[in-house]
Design a protein around this ligand. Structure first.
Ligand code: NAP
Length: 307
């Protein structure tokens, strides 16, 4: 039986995860196929229920479902519970376990971006979705002293700050309204800017170029396009920049290890990312599912965290 792993999101066609994971399965002679499932929020419960079938090793979860999927799994790791977002599902028999490997992926990417410089203590984060939650949690646990979150819908950023209230009690974590003057003032004080919005997938930028000071470290979690408009503007302003590719690689390696129990072939995965950056994502089976349904929230409660 060929095992299956799926990426569940909306959209999914832009993702490099499929090619990267398929290359890793093939390199280690693991009989598994990675599929892309394009699913709306209202279709998520059925998609997650399907993962209980014996042929599934697990799944990756991407935009916009990382938070919606939390009540749909049977157990959460302590980290996924603390963050309130899941990007990987593995199986323990029929039980589905929700993990968050974005935290470890982001920390590895942050270390690489900072390099030999001293780790900054003041960050500006754009976005308040599932990826932003992992990033903010990573910054809290890295010992940052001030993290300011801007989001198009302020209430979502405020909700995230409330969510982390206790774990961020020792520091200044706050949500601020997305006004250029407020952003500019915070960027002038901050040392690092992390774009966790999906704005940029289609060529836009979240911030006007003139607001970027030259000594800023700028990371855009987007990796396709490999150099987003934000990163182009930041490089032109003299900032040090990084795309989301390292984070993708590192979170993907952790995902692979959870599904297979084997060390991930990092070099193979990086080579596939290099290839995809040059030529675009490898063609994988894309199941678009239904596209006509409106988003719906699941009313279910959260599962217990793993011990
Ligand atoms: P999500 O939960 O859907 O959140 C999307 C975020 O983008 C929200 O903050 C949303 O603001 C904001 N946004 C969307 N459209 C916008 C617009 N037109 N103007 C302003 N803000 C907008 O998605 P996610 O899972 O957090 O992922 C976010 C991005 O990170 C995606 O591009 C994803 O590909 C990338 N990512 C990369 C990696 C990696 O390994 N490199 C890992 C995870 C995610 P509202 O709340 O106001 O709607």
């Amino acid at each position: 039986m060929t095992n299956r792993v799926v990426l569940i999101g909306h959209p999914v066609a832009h993702s490099f995860s499929g090619g990267m994971q398929q290359a890793a399965f093939d390199a280690l002679d693991i009989d598994a196929r990675y599929e892309l499932w394009d699913r709306r929020t209202s279709e998520l419960p059925d998609a997650i229920a399907e993962l209980r079938g014996d042929d599934f090793l697990g799944a990756n979860i991407t935009i916009p479902h990382k938070e919606h999927v939390v009540p749909l799994v049977d157990k959460l790791t302590e980290e996924a519970q603390a963050i309130g977002a899941v990007n990987v599902i593995s199986r323990d028999g029929k039980r589905l376990i929700g993990h968050n490997t974005d935290v470890a992926g982001f920390k590895a990417a942050l270390d690489k971006l900072v390099g030999r410089q001293k780790m900054p203590r003041h960050a500006v984060v754009l976005g308040a979705g599932g990826a932003a939650r992992a990033v903010v949690y990573a910054l809290i646990t890295e010992g940052f002293q001030r993290v300011v979150v801007f989001n198009r819908h302020l209430h979502r950023a405020e909700g995230m700050v409330r969510h982390f209230g206790r774990s961020a009690a020792h520091m200044d974590l706050r949500a601020m309204p997305w006004h250029e003057s407020v952003l500019e003032a915070e960027l002038a004080k901050g040392k690092i800017l992390i774009n966790c919005t999906s704005l940029g997938l289609a060529g836009e930028t979240p911030i006007p170029a003139e607001l970027l000071p030259p000594d800023l470290l700028v990371m855009d979690l987007i990796y396709n396009p490999p150099v987003s408009q934000l990163l182009k503007d930041a490089a032109a302003a003299g900032c040090t920049t990084a795309s989301g590719e390292q984070m993708l690689l590192q979170q993907g390696a952790k995902s692979f290890e959870l599904w297979t129990g084997k060390p991930a072939p990092l070099q193979v995965m990086q080579a596939e990312l290099d290839r995809a950056r040059e030529q675009g994502p490898r063609q994988l089976p894309i199941d678009m599912g239904s596209t006509a349904l409106p988003p719906a929230d699941s009313g279910a409660g959260s599962p217990a965290p793993l011990g």
